[in-house]
Design a protein around this ligand. Structure first.
Ligand SMILES: Nc1nc2c(ncn2[C@@H]2O[C@H](COP(=O)(O)OP(=O)(O)OP(=O)(O)O)[C@@H](O)[C@H]2O)c(=O)[nH]1
Ligand SMILES: [Mg+2]
Length: 196
């Protein structure tokens, strides 16, 4: 298997509009999910970094598409989160325009990672995002993040509910994950390393 040195990661760019999107033959992984679900934290965990992707207690911390280049071989894209009720209307509008522009263009990414909250049933927006990924034809997988906040006895039932609500076929991986404890990191790392 190819090797990826995750300790060689750099922030490259924050894209606020299509002319700033990176178009390259280097494979790219997008991290999508509702605001505050832990997209930036998952990236930090994979990269063994505290805060290369900025983490916030305030939902809506990530507002642009942030590009990280890993070992010169792979991009990680930290997307702004959806579904945060108390951001302003113009802010939401800006978000949806940017996301539409991003997802309307072909070949901007080669693997989608949808992060949902392991503790709860997926939201309507999560369901929409999963169905979007499914229809795009680009491979994707789902992380159920924040498992550290669940009892082991609750986890299996929640995973079944997530699988059912998002209508995930048997071919789609659903990985229990904790950006806090590192659960699931090895599985995710091997999935992204497969791209290079
Ligand atoms: N307990 C626990 N907390 C987590 C985990 N992952 C993230 N968090 C916390 O959840 C909050 C949000 O994390 P972020 O990584 O900023 O979430 P995000 O999805 O990038 O949020 P936006 O950029 O606003 O869309 C922070 O307080 C994190 O410390 C996890 O696995 N376990
Ligand atoms: Mg973020």
């Amino acid at each position: 298997m190819a090797s990826l040195n995750v300790n060689k990661a750099e922030f490259v760019r924050s894209a606020a509009s299509p002319e700033q999107f990176i178009r390259s033959s280097v494979p790219a992984v997008v991290f999508a999910g509702k605001s505050n679900v832990g997209k930036s934290s998952v990236i930090n965990r994979i990269l063994n970094r505290k805060n290369i992707a900025r983490v916030g207690n305030t939902p809506g911390k990530t507002v642009h598409i942030n590009y990280f280049l890993i070992d010169g071989k792979l991009y990680f894209l930290d997307l702004p989160g959806y579904g945060f009720a108390s951001v302003s209307r113009s802010e939401k509008e800006r978000w949806s325009v940017l996301m539409e522009q991003f997802f309307a263009e072909k070949d901007l990414y080669s693997l989608g990672i949808l992060i949902v909250d392991a503790r709860h049933a997926p939201t309507k927006d999560d369901v929409g995002m999963a169905s979007f990924f499914r229809q795009s034809g680009v491979p994707f997988l789902v992380l159920a993040n924040k498992t550290d906040k669940l009892k082991n006895s609750e986890l299996n039932a929640n995973l079944a509910l997530i699988r059912q609500t998002l209508d995930l076929g048997d071919d789609i991986s659903l990985i229990p994950f904790s950006a806090q404890s590192g659960q699931g990191r090895d599985l995710l790392l091997s999935a992204v390393t497969n791209l290079i």
